[in-house]
Design a protein around this ligand. Structure first.
Ligand SMILES: [Fe+2]
Length: 206
């Protein structure tokens, strides 16, 4: 017999945030980023420059990303400290290329910016709930899958959108099934300000 009356409530949840940054990206900037020197990454291409937001040509994009990070810090994380971009780089996934599962070290929030039109299909971002090897794999039945029990969740990016998520989350990018290149920017962000408490001797000023 199945229990008739019961309820299920969330204890914790992992957020991601998305926002449209089309207002901050010019055609000249798209061209500038697409013309950056690229070098082979594990499975795709990555810019040789790993601090691209420091380029004066990308000033308005850097400012818009900062604005999005400010919102993430205050509204998503609810913290008084500030987030700032550490490294930033561009990526190209040629047709057939995806990106293996990975997480971002020494970073609190990571993000992607789809600065140029995405190919069709756009290759989704696949997030993995588990960050370590699982001795016991108890995956839900497909028809019973929900936000509580799913081992992965998928986000379909949109043109000119920024997507931000906790850096420790393992994520991968589906192989590019289109005939065109898939362009994106990625970045890491860390925290600045004072953490902890003076009397508690847990104070840390970054
Ligand atoms: Fe990543």
């Amino acid at each position: 017999m199945t229990l008739k009356k019961y309820n299920v409530q969330p204890l914790f949840a992992i957020p991601y945030m998305r926002a449209d940054l089309s207002h901050a990206i010019t055609p000249e900037q798209v061209e500038f980023i697409q013309n950056l020197k690229m070098v082979p990454n594990q499975t795709n291409l990555i810019s040789e420059n790993l601090y691209i937001f420091e380029e004066p040509e990308l000033k308005s994009i850097k400012e818009a990303v900062q604005h999005a990070l400010d919102t993430y810090a205050s509204e998503v994380m609810g913290i008084p400290q500030k987030l700032y971009v550490t490294q930033s780089w561009s990526l190209i996934n040629e047709p057939g290329q995806g990106m293996h599962g990975h997480a971002h070290s020494n970073s609190i929030v990571s993000g992607s910016l789809y600065y140029a039109p995405l190919p069709n299909p756009p290759s989704k971002m696949v997030f993995d709930k588990h960050t370590a090897y699982r001795q016991l794999v108890l995956n839900p039945l497909k028809e019973k899958q929900n936000i509580y029990n799913t081992p992965l969740n998928v986000v379909e990016p949109k043109d000119h959108e920024i997507l931000m998520f906790p850096s420790e989350l393992t994520h991968q990018v589906e192989p590019n099934m289109s005939k065109e290149r898939r362009y994106s920017i990625a970045f890491n962000a860390f925290v600045k300000g004072t953490l902890g408490d003076f009397r508690d001797v847990s104070q840390l000023t970054l």
